[in-house]
Design a protein around this ligand. Structure first.
Ligand SMILES: *[C@@H]1O[C@H](CO)[C@@H](O)[C@H](O)[C@H]1NC(C)=O
Ligand SMILES: *[C@@H]1O[C@H](CO)[C@@H](O)[C@H](O)[C@H]1NC(C)=O
Ligand SMILES: *[C@@H]1O[C@H](CO)[C@@H](O)[C@H](O)[C@H]1NC(C)=O
Ligand SMILES: *[C@@H]1O[C@H](CO)[C@@H](O)[C@H](O)[C@H]1NC(C)=O
Ligand SMILES: *[C@@H]1O[C@H](CO)[C@@H](O)[C@H](O)[C@H]1NC(C)=O
Ligand SMILES: *[C@@H]1O[C@H](CO)[C@@H](O)[C@H](O)[C@H]1NC(C)=O
Length: 745
């Protein structure tokens, strides 16, 4: 199957064609520090010092700056192109070092209906063109840390190879990524699937081609490199192939051990060797066995150089890197050693002998040959004050481990939560002085998946509900956070609310993700400390939560146990008058009043959430998204739905649709201008186009507040809250690019 595609130039600076006017906003990340999500790989340019990139699975790609900070490259990605934030592979050109390529697409199953793209930049990622692929790409699929699947020929940089998933095989471009043709001669497109029984298609799709590695030493400048190695996700059958004729014909590399999946294939040109790390799972969460191999290209022989054996080997291997300045120096990481911590192994003799980042002395004591520094993201921890053995300082999900090809002291690696690294790696080899700095170096990379945001009228300006890392009190928007919510501690916070008349009282709920027990907690000091709500039952999780105006009643629309209510932390009881899955809100003034919506219906409770009556219909809506309530006026509510934005000033007896709004997602009310007039209304909406809008006249007219450089990805995933203390300020929580705050310029 051959295919030639046309290049789509992305019009970043063209104004959107909209009937509504726009207002310039300054958009900044709310700083959490340290990333907060999985960084599958970091790729250094082998030719130009200082050029390096990180790719993430749901939040786009970043470029490394000289001061160790990161610059996001895909903030222009908007709702129509949301899957561009899933980066399955990244390639930086060794010849024209300004050229950069990304393989983008989020899922290969039905969760993402769109095909993938190769995004092409000729200016280090500042601007992009898209080359559409005829199949899906899975930046957030299993095996996303293998690779890189996308590689530029180091001798003839018009040539690229890309290894696809799902059985689509190997693809080649000879025109700098503009058009792609399938390489049909590769004997295998990869048969491995993590879980064939998964009916969602997520774990049952083929991982496919894992990596493409050119042997730069086999060719000469200006001509296609003849020798190319390809790793394929096969277990128990040939999984490393070689071409000696620039990709025309292929054969399995003789003598390979294909027991495990090959995660990385890294060339050591001076040694004329290929190093391979393997694991018995595709990653990023798994792996209980693995091996590390060295292939002598000249001799055609393999050596098993696995750094540990026997009962010490209870993990697979992921990240693998060679020091291009010190031939024979290489490092390999445990993909997942969940207890007590990951480990990283280093060899200076081509894998014959190894030293470790830490080792047991006499259990439970360990020698840590590193100094831990999480000053740029103190929440990461635990630091040296922690005395237990469940450390997890070094991390988990380590697929990207890289020594700077221009500086043997500089190294970076990605984990499930951040990027670590340092500038003193050669200390590792200094015998008794062996003690390298392990520092969180993900400053500027904000990768959290935001579930909820609140901005109370007093106390901290913002509190976040985050996927995987709980959430934070943001009493400063520009400094890294110190500590997540704790006691109780859950992995993910899904929603929060404050009490209108007692705004220091806050409720939060968890989704049960990796944690059990009661998933409702209350804070009486603006989120700094928490106590368990003992009215909640074990293992009831998720959904939405609302706290009554005087803070005595929690209304909880759970993910799978219907709507529940509890007053004075008594046992939650069912609210039978509301459909399961209803969205809910509390009045901010009157403690007796709650609101709800489901399908086309709006509901009101005047008895502190015990019973609801349906008061009105919301046009022809089928899916209400969010109810927001004027903090100063009882009964003044807005509801966003799949057919528009509806406003009531009589507690839901009647609604008026905001004209021109054909669909609305997250919405929020903020400080009025001038003070005392109607609150500023914010909405992620379709108003002659999907964008982010503000109205200062209760929805009569709107201005668009986002621009072509700020698209915020998938609109339906995003949450909003507006600041009741600062006019015009809105917070946008994204699914993978952290939290933004915007102020009128
Ligand atoms: C291949 O690797 C596995 C796992 O390390 C090992 O048990 C097996 O003996 C190896 N096979 C050969 C032929 O070396
Ligand atoms: C590869 O094998 C050749 C031939 O046996 C040998 O001369 C060379 O030193 C080997 N290379 C490495 C890196 O071990
Ligand atoms: C490395 O330094 C850290 C902190 O400075 C220290 O706690 C640790 O014990 C040192 N490790 C070794 C093996 O000396
Ligand atoms: C909650 O779930 C955990 C983990 O599945 C289980 O061990 C525990 O028994 C459950 N508790 C209740 C009350 O069902
Ligand atoms: C709050 O609402 C309830 C129910 O509508 C009403 O009976 C009560 O008078 C209201 N309270 C105040 C202070 O307005
Ligand atoms: C509510 O009223 C207070 C006091 O007048 C004012 O400071 C605040 O900004 C108002 N809130 C909104 C959202 O307008």
């Amino acid at each position: 199957m051959a295919k030639s595609s046309c290049l789509v130039l992305l019009c970043l600076l063209c104004p959107a064609v909209l009937a509504v006017s726009s207002q310039a906003y300054t958009w900044r990340n709310v700083k959490i520090g340290g990333g907060g999500g999985f960084v599958p790989n970091i790729v250094f340019n082998p030719t130009e010092k200082g050029v390096a990139y990180a790719r993430t699975d749901i939040g786009g790609a970043y470029r490394l700056d000289a001061d160790d900070t990161w610059t996001p490259l895909l903030d222009w990605v908007d709702n129509s192109r949301w899957n561009y934030w899933g980066i399955d592979a990244l390639a930086t050109d060794p010849i024209d070092t300004n050229r950069l390529y990304l393989a983008t697409g989020m899922y290969t199953n039905s969760w993402d209906p769109n095909n993938g793209n190769i995004l092409i930049s000729t200016d280090y990622g500042n601007t992009w063109a898209a080359s559409p692929l005829p199949f899906k790409v899975g930046g957030n699929m299993p095996g996303r840390g293998m690779g890189e699947r996308l590689t530029v020929d180091p001798n003839s940089n018009n040539i690229l190879f890309f290894g696809a998933r799902s059985g689509h095989g190997l693809w080649k471009s000879t025109d700098y990524g503009s058009s792609w043709t399938q390489v049909t001669t590769l004997p295998s497109t990869g048969t491995y699937v993590p879980d064939p029984t998964d009916t969602s298609g997520y774990n049952s799709d083929k991982i496919g081609i894992a990596w493409v590695t050119f042997d730069s030493t086999s060719g000469s400048k200006g001509e296609a490199t003849p020798r190319i190695f390809v790793g394929v996700a096969n277990q128990g059958s040939d999984n490393i192939f070689v071409s000696n004729d620039a990709g025309s014909t292929w054969s399995p590399v003789a003598g390979q051990n294909n027991t495990y999946l090959p995660h990385k294939g890294v060339l050591s040109p001076a040694e004329k060797a290929l190093y391979v790390s393997t694991s018995n799972g595709a990653g990023p969460y798994d792996g209980t066995l693995g091996a590390v191999y060295k292939y002598n290209i000249t001799a055609g022989t393999w050596a098993d150089i696995t750094p540990v054996s026997g009962s010490d080997l209870y993990f697979g291997f992921g990240g693998l890197t060679v020091d291009l300045q010190l031939p024979g120096t290489l490092m390999v990481a445990t993909l997942n050693s969940w207890w007590p911590d990951a480990n990283i192994f280093r060899s200076t003799d081509g894998g014959q002998s190894w030293t470790r980042l830490w080792e047991w002395t006499s259990y439970p004591n360990m020698n840590k040959y590193y100094t831990y520094d999480d000053s740029l993201a103190p929440w990461l921890g635990p630091d040296y004050t922690y005395t237990g053995t469940d450390l997890k300082q070094i991390g988990w999900m380590i697929e990207g481990l890289n020594i700077d090809p221009h500086d043997s002291n500089h190294w970076l690696y990605g984990t499930g939560a951040t990027i670590y690294g340092g500038h003193d790696l050669l200390k590792w080899d200094s015998g008794t002085g062996r003690n390298v700095t392990l520092k969180s170096l993900a400053d500027g990379l904000e990768e959290t998946a935001v579930q909820g945001l609140i901005s109370p009228p007093t106390g901290p300006v913002l509190l976040s509900a985050l996927g995987d890392i709980e959430g934070f009190v943001h009493d400063n928007l520009n400094t890294p956070r110190t500590t997540e919510y704790s006691n109780p501690t859950w992995t993910t916070t899904v929603d929060m609310d404050f009490a209108g008349n007692k705004p220091a009282t806050i409720v939060r709920i968890g989704n049960g993700d990796s944690s059990t027990g009661r998933q409702v907690a209350l804070s009486y000091d603006s989120g700094y400390t928490w106590s368990q709500d003992y009215g909640a039952a074990d293992n009831i999780t998720g959904g939405h939560v609302a706290l009554s105006a005087d803070a005595d009643t929690v209304l909880w629309s759970t993910s799978s146990n219907g709507v529940l209510v509890s007053q004075y932390t008594s046992t939650f009881t069912a609210v039978s008058s509301l459909p399961s899955g209803a969205i809910i809100a509390s009045d901010k003034k009157n403690n007796s009043i709650f609101y709800a919506a489901s399908g086309s219906k709006f509901y009101l409770s005047r008895d502190t959430g015990k019973t609801f009556i349906s008061t009105a219909t919301l046009g022809s809506s089928t899916a209400p998204v969010k109810i927001v309530v004027n903090p100063n006026v009882t009964g003044d509510v807005w509801v966003s739905t799949d057919t528009g934005l509806y406003h009531s000033t009589d507690a839901g007896s009647t609604f008026a649709a905001a004209s021109g709004v054909s669909q609305a997602w997250a919405t929020a009310l903020g400080k009025a201008e001038p003070s005392g007039s109607y609150p500023a209304v914010f909405a992620a909406a379709n108003i002659d186009g999907v964008g982010y809008f503000r109205s200062d006249d209760a929805g009569a007219t709107w201005v668009q507040i986002n621009d072509a450089a700020h698209g915020f990805g998938s609109v339906s995933s995003n949450v909003l809250t507006a600041d009741p203390r600062t006019y015009g300020r809105v917070y946008i929580g994204t699914n993978g690019r952290g939290i933004f705050y915007g102020d009128p310029k």
